[in-house]
Structure formats: C-alpha cells, structure tokens
Design a protein around this ligand. Structure first.
Ligand SMILES: [Fe+2]
Length: 298
C-alpha cells in the first residue's frame, strides 16, 4: 500500500479556546483558513491544515490522516483493506470539502483507532508567518511529525501497519507492567513499537495500553534547538505542566521535551530527528528510550 506520510490529525476537544492558545501562542503554529466557532484549523507548513480541533463532548482523537500520492493509490488501498477484512467507508462530499482533500476513505485499525486515508490535500500559498520565527520540519516525504496511538492488541496492530499498510517496523522497546496500567496481570513486559512509511524514523508509535483520549502524544519537529528552547520557556511562563524534561531519544535522536496538552495527553516538541534509509534499515530493540534527559514528572 502506497502510504507516504502522517498528513493530519483531527482532535475532538471540550475546550477549543485552550487548544487555540496552546497551538498558536505556545507551540508557535498558525491559524488556518476556514476555522469557525466550533473548529480550529492549524497550519505548520504549506498545507491548508495539518491539525483540526473540533468542539465535541469529549477529548479524543477523531482521526489520524495518512497521505497517499494519488487517486489510484487510494483505490488500491481501499481494495486491499476490504480484501483483508477491514471495511472502508468512502467519504461523502461534505467530508471531502471539510478536509480539503480530493479522495478519502475511513477505516479503523485493529485497535479501533480511526484513520483517514486520503490524497490531494489543498495547499495554502500564503507565507507561513509563525509568531516566533520557528519553522517546522515537514514535507511530502516526512509528513507532519509523529503520533503515538494506543494498541492494546499489539500483535494485530503491528501486523496491520507493517504488512497491510506497508510501514517499516523501525524498532521496538520493552515496557514494564507499571508503564501499562491497563494491561493484563502476570505479564513480564509489553512491546511498544515504532513504525514509518517514510524516512522519518517513526511516524507512528504504538503503545500497548488503552487510553481514553485515543492518543498518547503527537510530535512536531522544528528546525533549530533554539526553537525548542524558546517553546519550553513559553510553556514554563504559561504554567503548563512539563511532562518530560529536555532529552534526546535513543531511537529517532529527537531532542525534545513533552508538555501536557489540553486534551489529557501530551505534545512532544523536538529538533534534529533522525532520517533513515529504508533500504538499509534493520529492525532493532532499544533498551532505553533516551540517551540523556527526558526525566518524566509524575
Ligand atoms: Fe514521540
């Protein structure tokens, strides 16, 4: 299946105003066209929107959007999913217009995470005037960053993304039972898995537990260490709880910190992520999640 990248995230929220402040004033993102009283679209690059926050009655992931190159690739993906027992729903015209894409199918992964596979997203050619001069590392080949989704039935989820969607399993890490409070008793450890369809080390993390918001964290990457530091200062000045101190991850080499976000999950803000050569990559086990730093609070 020719999936190229994580293209967008749609997130339901009980506090749209909080996400507005968080994305625009703290993360240094830009409001996208078409926002309304109940929906905030957010730009981080030349795409018309990479995030949409929708006022709902619960804080939860509404969809992770994955990008395909064209209509034929999407048609083939729909056929393949159906053939493997994953029912797809073709988007109606209103959904296509709302997403600003030209073709889209809805499908749930084996964990029930809602996915949208699409092609032909609109661009916004207005220069991206980020408020702090920060620039995000994205593009057709890298997508918006990464997202970590819950996958209590890990084996089915990995098989879905690796063998059906065509992602490459980059590495995995054992988590102790204490890190998976919703896990079944008696297990010695659980696997967490990191995958990507492109050169970004991981576009998707799969966490082996259940979490109500349906999202563990999402990561956006900036092009400088200073951009990360300035954002950390803004978070501290605003009194946002810092979930993890600055550190460098062992797998994607991202220098990042994690802040609590309005929806009861976290946002990772990073720099210097590893790009891999899929042709030469071999899957590995990491035995610590960071080379240094990343002290978790609470
Ligand atoms: Fe991450």
């Amino acid at each position: 299946m020719d999936i190229r990248s994580l293209g967008y995230l749609r997130i339901g929220t009980t506090d749209l105003a909080a996400w507005r402040r968080y994305t625009l004033d703290l993360l240094g993102m830009v409001e996208g066209v078409g926002s309304t009283d109940t929906t905030l679209h957010v730009r981080v690059d030349d795409r018309i929107r990479r995030f949409s926050f929708v006022a709902t009655d619960a804080d939860r992931l509404l969809a992770a959007g994955f990008e395909l190159p064209n209509a034929r690739a999407l048609a083939e993906a729909a056929e393949e999913l159906e053939a493997h027992g994953f029912p797809v729903k073709h988007a109606d015209d209103a959904t296509l217009a709302e997403r600003r894409v030209q073709g889209l199918i809805h499908v749930d992964d084996p964990a029930g995470n809602p996915l949208e596979l699409y092609w032909g997203q609109a661009q916004d050619h207005t220069p991206l005037g980020t408020p702090y001069g920060n620039r995000f590392v994205t593009g057709d080949h890298l997508g918006l960053g990464h997202v970590v989704l819950p996958a209590p039935d890990m084996d089915s989820a990995v098989a879905f993304y690796e063998h059906l969607l065509g992602f490459q399993l980059r590495d995995r890490m054992k988590l102790p039972p204490a890190a998976v409070p919703t896990g079944e008793p008696g297990r010695d450890f659980y696997w967490m898995n990191f995958l990507s369809p492109n050169a970004r080390h991981h576009s998707l993390g799969l966490y082996p537990g259940a979490l109500p918001p349906g999202i563990v964290h999402f990561m956006v990457e900036t092009d400088s260490l200073d951009a990360v530091g300035y954002c950390l200062d803004r978070m501290n000045a605003a009194g946002v709880p810092i979930a993890s101190t600055l550190g460098r991850h062992s797998n994607d080499h991202m220098v990042s910190f994690y802040a609590q976000a309005p929806g009861g999950f976290q946002v990772e803000y990073g720099w210097d992520g590893l790009l891999v050569d899929p042709a030469s990559w071999t899957t590995k086990e990491i035995t610590a999640d960071s080379l240094w730093g990343h002290q978790w609070n609470g």
